[in-house]
Design a protein around this ligand. Sequence first.
Ligand code: FE
Length: 202
Amino acid sequence: MISPPNLSRLRAFVRDLADLLDQTNDEARILEIGGDLLRDLVVHDDWLPPAFAQPAADRYSQHLLHCDSLERFSVVSFVWGPGQATPVHDHTVWGLVGVLRGAEISQSYARTDASLVPHGRARRLEVGDIEAVSPTVGDIHKVTNAYDDRPSVSIHVYGADIGAVRRSTYDDAGAAKAFVSGYSNALVPNLWGVSARPSDDA
Ligand code: FE
C-alpha cells in the first residue's frame, strides 16, 4: 500500500517561512535561512501529492502549493517533462529553487548594453541542491530538465504571489516580453486536512 502524502512537512515549511518573514525583511537572511528550510523540505520525498508532480506533454508545469494569506510568499512545484525547459526569464522578487526529483540545469544570464549573455557556467542542480534568484543576487536564468527520458520536479518559493507578478521573458536578442505566469492548477493541497496531528506538529 502506498502511504498518503506526508503534508505535515509542507505545512511546517510554510509555517516556518511565515515565522521567518515575521522576523526579518533582510533578503540575504531570507535566502540563507529560507534556503536551509527548503533543503530540509526537498531532501524528503514523501509529501508531494502525485497530482502536483504530473508533467504535461507540451510544456513545463507550475503548480501552486500554497500562497501566504498576505501574499508575502508562494510555494510552487515545477514539473519538467523529459527535455522540457523554461524560456530565459526573470522573477523581479527573491526566489529559492530546491530540487526534489531528477536534476535541472540552470544557466544565468547577464545584461550587456546590447543584449543578454550567459553569465558563468550552467549549474547542474541535483536532489537537495538549492539555488537563489533575485534582482540582487542575479535574476535572469533559463532552467532545463537535465534528463531527456524522465521528469524532474523542483519546489520553488518566491517573495510574492509569483503567478500574479508582471515579469519578463527574453528572446535570443535579449528583447524583453512581459508575461504573467499564472499557475497550471485550479486547486491547492489541503495542508490542514488532518484530524489528528503529532504533538510536535501543533
Ligand atoms: Fe526561474
